[in-house]
Design a protein around this ligand. Structure first.
Ligand code: PLP
Length: 441
């Protein structure tokens, strides 16, 4: 592949120059003709109705397929990643007033699954380089009410699962993994999802393993599996094979509709046939990009320890605003004007979000207010320095390179290097416009 022709002489598109050109992706998500045909068969044959293994061989097939990927663990295919995570909490019987130590730097569903059980999220800071929850801050946050640690493999980066497992075991806590952005990531050769007492994965159409909207729960524990299953489907009328007799008196239709549909079950099975190739292609592109980013003065990808193998779905870069002399938002706006998606994925630490501030008595009423009020927790004004640093100093971009698209890697590098070559003009622009330009994802 030839080196990018860096258009250092041309002025920034943000300042009226010609843009480098759009960073495009081949079609994503992709579904094979066979997958489409099989979905059609389910519809044609009238098999689209039915939630659970009892009704749907497609669901059995999907769960067996995913279970093989996760070393024979129990798998519950769900309607979404949130449903899978909520099922994980319910399956572990974590509820009212129980505390769950977790990260403030993630998508809201990693936290709402705790809130929806009326349990209490306890936020600890993240590592500055990766945005992963810092395991070394966990022990100080443990109280007699702590029941679990919920870690998120954010941006496809596997958390330090050996260390998290060690802390959880030492204190008798459950370990829950949110692998929604990290299907197939490994640490010391072990896949995310294969260490926790339960793990939830999202398979919405933008994820590493995309369907339309779906997810799945992985657990080594049959009891957790069935207790999660029974909050997501009415197990009483048509119980799935193996449903334990002792749970039957507690099974009714006081449930969420959390099971996968047969249509998405077919897609789960078929997509898992492609996952290794897609992950390899994403990694290959990430390696190419990392090599090109070495030329950048202000942006870098996180460094990973030996044994850590991320996957790439959203790509995160750390930005040195001080050295650049330009805010992250202005730099990202300049990248965006050239044609590359550039944004800050997490808008603010989750404990800053107003719907957690029960003291304010403002906004629409929410179901978790009473539990938070009873616990007396006050999330307002948490320090979380690394989380806050990342929110102002990282740039994320989409990275759905599942087909050879090396020219787009060149274009991304070219975009960044062009903005850097014009940094003086960008500084002047920021000064003249009185502050940072807004970034929109
Ligand atoms: C880290 C994380 N957790 C949970 C979810 C929720 O998944 P879903 O949208 O399938 O409910 C997402 C989805 O974006 C996510 O990124």
């Amino acid at each position: 592949m030839s080196a990018p022709t860096i258009q250092t002489s041309s002025s920034l598109a943000l300042l009226g120059g010609s843009p480098i050109g759009e960073v495009t992706y081949s079609k994503f998500p992709q579904f094979s003709e066979r997958a489409i045909e099989r979905v059609g068969d389910v519809l044609r044959e009238g098999k689209a109705v039915g939630l659970g293994r009892f009704h749907s061989p497609e669901i059995v097939e999907a769960e067996e397929t995913i279970s093989r990927y996760h070393g024979g663990r129990e798998v519950l295919a769900c309607s979404s990643g949130h449903a899978a995570l909520h099922g994980a909490l319910a399956g572990l019987e974590i509820c009212s007033g129980d505390e769950v130590i977790t990260t403030p730097y993630t998508w809201g569903a990693s936290t709402s699954c705790i809130l929806h059980q009326n349990a209490i999220p306890i936020f600890v800071d993240v590592e500055r380089d990766t945005g992963l929850m810092d395991p070394e801050l966990i022990e100080a946050a443990i109280t007699p009410r702590t029941k679990a640690i919920l870690t998120v493999h954010i941006f496809g980066q596997p958390a330090n699962l050996p260390r998290l497992r060690e802390i959880a075991d030492k204190h008798g806590l459950a370990l829950i993994e949110d692998g929604s952005q990290a299907h197939g990531a490994t640490i010391n050769g072990v896949r995310v999802g294969d260490v926790g007492d339960a793990a939830g994965f999202s398979c919405m159409g933008g994820k590493v393993l995309p369907t339309t909207e779906a997810g799945y729960l992985v657990t080594p524990n049959k009891d957790v599996f069935w207790k999660a299953a029974m909050i997501g489907q009415h197990m009483g009328r048509a119980p799935d094979e193996g449903f334990p007799d002792e749970l039957r008196p507690w099974s009714d239709s006081l449930v969420y509709t959390y099971r996968v549909t047969p249509l998405n079950a077919v897609l789960l099975t078929e997509q898992f046939g492609n996952i290794e190739g897609w992950i390899a292609e994403r990694r290959r592109h990430a390696d190419l990009f990392r090599a090109k980013l070495a030329e950048s003065k202000y942006l870098s990808m996180p460094d990973y320890a030996e044994g850590v193998k991320p996957v790439f779905h959203l790509l995160t870069m750390n930005y040195d605003a001080e050295a650049a002399g330009v805010s992250r938002d202005t730099f990202a706006a300049a990248m965006k004007a050239e044609g590359m998606l550039a944004f800050g994925y997490v808008p603010s630490p989750i404990p800053d979000w107003p719907r957690l501030h029960w003291q304010e008595k403002a906004g629409p009423r929410v179901s978790w207010t009473a539990a938070l009020e009873q616990s007396g927790i006050d999330y307002r004004g948490m320090e979380l320095p690394n989380c806050r640093w990342r929110i102002g100093n990282t740039i994320e971009t989409r990275f759905d390179f599942v087909d050879p698209q090396e020219q787009m890697i060149d274009r991304m590098a070219e975009t960044i290097l062009k903005v850097e070559a014009n940094i003086d003009a960008l500084r002047g622009h920021e000064r003249a416009s009185g502050g940072a330009s807004a970034t929109k994802s």
